[in-house]
Design a protein around this ligand. Structure first.
Ligand SMILES: Cc1cc2nc3c(=O)[nH]c(=O)nc-3n(C[C@H](O)[C@H](O)[C@H](O)COP(=O)(O)OP(=O)(O)OC[C@H]3O[C@@H](n4cnc5c(N)ncnc54)[C@H](O)[C@@H]3O)c2cc1C
Length: 269
């Protein structure tokens, strides 16, 4: 319910002419695209972001719908632990922005239990990483696990790492919250827009996108940048993917810099 009325209002008010000049077109309205559109809009003025989705927003055919997703900082890699710590803050901020309080908040800490073989490299690395990152956790042997969680039965070959700072996210509500917050900042949502082609503008430094809309008509959009978050559909969009590979860059977590896939200026090669 959360975002539906915002999407409908937003969608009705769109001027066809306006959408010809976007700063960023985000294609794919799952959690990745919805998050991208929100973060692209955040803190900017007069910035035009459009989020294009082939189905209804919040549909059940991708990977992002459902009641819950696990969120946990228990990774054997400092980068992922760091990302998770940032995302805890981000989810709370988003809850506040869209007015979700108490039990309606997007994330709920439940605690999380990782189980591995005693003495294994995986368990050792996880422990080392959590210590390095200053995270509180407790070690449980097989017997402790069965006492605290009677649904499990492990012998002494196994060890548990219990971390209180793990929990669940309300997946459907996360998507709705992102979409609501995006529209509150002036971003536009375009359900029932299926990307059919993507090309470089012959005369300018922009991209041209063609979308098939519900009526079967084609709608054309021009955008300075394109973010493709098509999830498992990406591989079925070969012409799009080939073009993107040429201009692709990725965010390198370790150096906090964009890296071009072909190791030269993504717009100049
Ligand atoms: C059962 C299950 C359990 C999971 N559990 C967890 C968990 O506990 N914790 C966790 O962190 N992650 C979990 N994940 C993973 C997480 O849910 C996914 O990584 C995430 O949802 C992927 O989002 P996405 O936006 O990349 O893809 P999707 O949700 O698939 O979104 C892609 C979108 O692109 C749209 N699209 C595709 N082609 C076009 C086109 N041509 N034009 C317009 N739109 C297009 C699609 O319609 C779709 O909406 C789980 C996933 C599943 C399936």
């Amino acid at each position: 319910m959360l975002a539906t009325k915002y999407i409908a209002r937003n969608y009705r008010n769109i001027s066809r002419r306006w959408i010809k000049t976007l700063d960023v077109a985000v294609v794919g309205g799952g959690i990745m695209g919805s998050s991208s559109a929100y973060h692209l809009m955040k803190g900017k003025r007069d910035f035009k972001v459009g989020l294009f989705e082939q189905f209804e927003l919040g549909h059940i055919f991708g990977s992002s719908h459902g009641d819950a997703r696990l969120i946990r900082p228990t990774y054997p890699d400092e980068t992922y632990v760091g990302m998770c710590m940032i995302s805890f803050e981000g989810w709370d901020e988003l809850s506040d922005e869209v007015g979700l309080k108490g039990d309606d908040k997007l994330q709920h800490m439940t605690g999380g239990l990782e189980i591995g073989t005693k003495g294994s490299d995986a368990v050792r690395l996880l422990e080392e990483t959590l210590i390095k990152m200053g995270l509180q956790f407790s070690i449980m042997d097989g017997g402790d696990i069965s006492k605290s969680f009677p649904q499990f039965s492990f012998d002494s070959d196994f060890i548990g790492i219990y971390c209180e700072k793990s929990g669940v996210l309300r997946a459907d509500d996360c998507l709705k919250a992102y979409n609501k917050a995006t529209t509150m900042m002036g971003g536009l949502l375009f359900p029932h827009h299926t990307l059919k082609s993507l090309s470089k503008h012959p005369d300018s430094d922009t991209f041209l996108l063609e979308f098939e809309i519900k009526s079967g008509e084609i709608e054309r959009v021009e955008s300075k940048e394109v973010v493709l978050t098509a999830g498992p559909w990406t591989s079925s969009q070969k012409p799009v993917t080939f073009l993107l590979i040429k201009y692709l860059c990725r965010w390198d977590l370790r150096t906090s810099r964009y890296i071009s896939a072909c190791s030269c200026d993504p717009r100049g090669c």
